[in-house]
Design a protein around this ligand. Structure first.
Ligand code: PLP
Length: 420
């Protein structure tokens, strides 16, 4: 028997679209769905070679690189992470990893599994990476017999809603005169938060398809600098087959892959790149995400709740993790919203399980969708007996969108243009 897509607790299929405001997978625009809704083509045909060329050129623009090599794997962000590590690092290599949430801790964990020697600096969940600490550690490390081969960073920690300053980390590495590779996970930031692979000299960029790129899950993506390719050639890396960069580079030159590519997802990716890069423009995409995030944060403040992110300057423009008051289990919030309003929020994960929930505000998203989400969260709070003022978060978000101060006057110069 086929199951309905979304059913409320009463078992009735709700009308209207379900609201998926998790930190990914994100909503897929109809245009992208239509681009993928087509017969599979031969992945050895000239038409497919052109598609490969188009998406590789487009991805370079998304990563912010002129000559970095985009790599596309059927897979996900975790697969892309594994691909980055087994090419760039060999067993016994020393690596520096700061951990401040589930995914940065994951980088340390995966590295240990491959036999790399991990120096893990544990931060509080809610903090970001202090660039001065990076500089100090790297200064002390340059004279080691075996200095760090890589510094690994999660740009946007999806579990806490914290964004790290990659430019500052690069500056710290340069100031220390350290030549480690800079490997950055951008799974929940690419095509949503400003990212500049060449300018910040990021050696390997890790991503997946299902967040800022507005595609279904199914692709693991890398951007690999020429420097990282050179280091890999000299250094050798770890045992690998499927993830190996060399056969991919060789085959990609003719528009081919050394494995069966995710053909239809690539049609979707080409459409996503058209929408993000050619039509809206990446700067406008980043500005839109900033606008959505500010409104969400205004709502959280109006409810009198705390974000997991400790410092406003580290707040993520794609995800807000909200702490719930003592006595309330955040899993009840996500469950109630899903069962009663068809609203999917992200749960608290890792040590935040039960203590926080996450609002995803990334990908294909506009003002009214954010207001709908916040309205659903408010109704959930009230139903669960949380003492917040009904409408307070919505009002704060609307004011944020309109550039209105609390007394209702318009700060004309502060008005931000709407999405459409
Ligand atoms: N890194 C970050 C920052 C993530 O948010 C995620 C997933 O949400 C991953 C890595 C793992 O990616 P995937 O679930 O696509 O394997």
């Amino acid at each position: 028997m086929t199951q309905p897509d979304a059913v409320t607790m009463s078992g009735v299929m709700p009308s209207g679209r379900p609201f998926v405001q998790t930190p990914g997978p994100t909503n897929i625009p109809d245009r992208i769905l239509r681009a993928m809704d087509r017969p599979v083509i031969d992945h050895r045909s000239p038409e497919f070679a052109q598609l490969t060329e188009d998406v590789r050129a487009g991805l370079r623009r998304v990563f912010g690189t002129r000559d970095g090599a985009p790599m596309l794997y059927p897979g996900s962000g975790t697969g892309a992470t594994e691909a980055a590590l087994v090419n760039a690092l060999a067993p016994g290599d020393r690596v520096l990893v700061y951990t401040y949430g589930v995914f940065s801790s994951g980088l340390a964990l995966i590295s240990r599994r491959f036999g790399y020697d991990v120096d893990e600096v544990a931060m509080r969940w809610g903090q970001s990476i202090p660039a001065d600490d990076v500089e100090q550690r790297l200064r002390a490390d340059v004279s080691q017999a075996k200095p760090y081969r890589a510094v690994m960073v999660v740009h946007n920690e999806t579990s806490t809603g914290v964004t790290c300053d990659i430019a500052a980390i690069r500056t710290a590495m340069d100031a220390a005169g350290h030549h480690a590779l800079l490997i950055v996970d951008t799974v929940s930031s690419l095509a949503s938060i400003d990212f500049r692979m060449d300018e910040w000299r990021v050696d390997v960029v890790i991503c997946g398809s299902q967040k800022g790129l507005m595609l279904p899950p199914g692709l693991g993506l890398l951007g690999v600098s020429q420097h990282a390719l050179e280091v890999q050639r000299q250094h050798g890396g770890s045992p690998r087959h499927f993830w190996d960069w060399e056969p991919i580079l060789r085959e990609n030159r003719g528009g081919l892959f050394p494995y069966t590519p995710a053909t239809l997802l690539l049609f979707g990716l080409r459409e996503a790149i058209r929408m993000l890069v050619d039509e809206e423009g990446l700067e406008a995409v980043y500005a839109r995400h900033a606008r959505m995030a500010e409104a969400v944060r205004a709502a959280v403040a109006a409810w009198g709740l705390q974000t997991v992110c400790e410092r406003p300057e580290d707040a993520s423009n794609t995800i807000t993790a909200v702490r719930v008051p003592e006595g309330l289990d955040s899993n009840d919030v996500t469950r109630f919203a899903s069962e009663n309003y068809g609203l999917s929020l992200g749960g608290g994960i890792g040590e935040l399980n039960g203590k926080a929930f996450r609002i995803g505000h990334l990908g294909s998203l506009n003002e009214l969708e954010v207001l709908g989400t916040l309205g659903g969260v408010e109704m959930t709070f009230i139903e669960l007996g949380l003492e917040i003022e009904l409408g307070s978060g919505l009002l704060a978000a609307q004011r944020s969108f309109l550039g209105l101060s609390e007394d209702g006057t318009v700060a004309a110069e502060e008005r931000v243009p709407a999405t459409v």
